[in-house]
Design a protein. Structure first.
Length: 327
């Protein structure tokens, strides 16, 4: 088979001071190991900075980046990783003049992508307006508040909306890059890259399964007694009437106060507590799914599996395989 002389797809990574080195490594590793069936590389990967030179990281070393923003002028794909500055609320929603000038050099035809809180750079540049996007789950509320024009999805690992892509926290950058490789060259190439990197070619579910939502201690509020009682009886049938009786109030008043004090209706709150309790048992015990389902109040393993699929995008078994012993 003849070797193609077609120019390589050029991936340019725009890094900033306070770079998270893993995110830069992800892009170089995955795109850098993608080859065709002759062994020819499919991408060239270049790192650049708005102000080239020695770039600080969040670790105890720096990265020397000789290429400046001119590297962006002939980019086919531009990737913006996270930086320490993204985590300061006073920085979000702002672009430094050098970064803004660098982004202005990106061709209109280029594909744009961000890893983790690099999405704040794309948002501040107006590149996510009217699009679906995500970022690390801890930062999704801030992204949504700062940019109401963006459809922020806190549950997914990555989004792809008309050649502008975003990913969740650090490791979701792997999922994002594999998705781009898969879109460009098919599943076989992406799967080969994934195998070489010893990562799954596609992860089940979204980032909802990684959000740690501890079962809260009830606050000193007017439905506290009902909430305490419910947490102690998760494995039993609990009705609105039961909760109202424990709160010494009517069902209507209970529902209103629950919304005021927890932000959700009573039964939705109860469902979240059951889900969280089941997650803890899956992480910390070897109990069968059916027994956990009964203990958490789901009744049957089938019912619990449905709740896990709807809330987390994975089955209880897949969740346990991911998190058993991680706590």
């Amino acid at each position: 088979m003849a070797v193609s002389d077609e120019p390589l797809h050029r991936v340019v990574v725009l890094v900033r001071p306070g770079l998270l080195p893993m995110e830069l490594g992800i892009v170089h590793r995955l795109f850098g190991t993608a080859v065709d069936d002759t062994g020819r590389p499919l991408y060239s990967v270049v790192t650049c900075a708005a102000e080239p030179g020695e770039i600080s990281t969040d670790a105890d070393f720096t990265v020397n980046v000789p290429a400046g923003p001119e590297a962006l002028r002939n980019a086919d794909t531009v990737v913006v990783p996270a930086a320490v500055e993204d985590y300061g609320p006073q920085q979000r929603g702002r672009l430094s003049p050098p970064v803004r000038a660098a982004l202005a050099q990106v061709p209109a035809t280029a594909r744009l992508a961000s890893i983790c809180t690099g999405s704040f750079v794309l948002a501040a540049a107006g590149l996510l307006a009217g699009r679906r996007a995500t970022t690390h789950w801890k930062s999704c509320p801030e992204l949504s508040a700062l940019y109401p024009e963006i459809d922020v999805d806190p549950d997914v690992l990555y989004t792809d909306d008309r050649r502008v892509l975003t990913s969740a926290g650090v490791a979701a950058g792997i999922d994002l890059c594999l998705h781009m490789i898969r879109s460009d060259h098919g599943a076989d190439v992406a799967n080969t890259v994934a195998r070489g990197t010893v990562v799954p070619p596609h992860r089940e579910g979204g980032q909802a399964q990684y959000i740690d939502r501890p079962v809260p201690e009830p606050a000193d509020d007017s439905v506290a007694a009902a909430r305490v009682w419910a947490l102690e009886h998760l494995g039993e049938t609990v009705t609105l009437e039961d909760l109202a009786r424990r709160a010494a109030t009517s069902v209507r008043t209970l529902t209103r106060k629950f919304r005021q004090e927890t932000g959700m209706p009573p039964m939705q709150w109860l469902g979240q507590q059951r889900l969280q309790y089941a997650r803890r048992l899956l992480e910390r015990t070897d109990e069968p799914v059916d027994r956990i389902a009964a203990a958490a109040g789901f009744g049957t393993g089938t019912a619990m599996r449905q709740h896990f699929r709807e809330a987390l995008g994975v089955s209880p078994r897949a969740y346990r395989n991911t998190f058993r012993g991680a706590g």
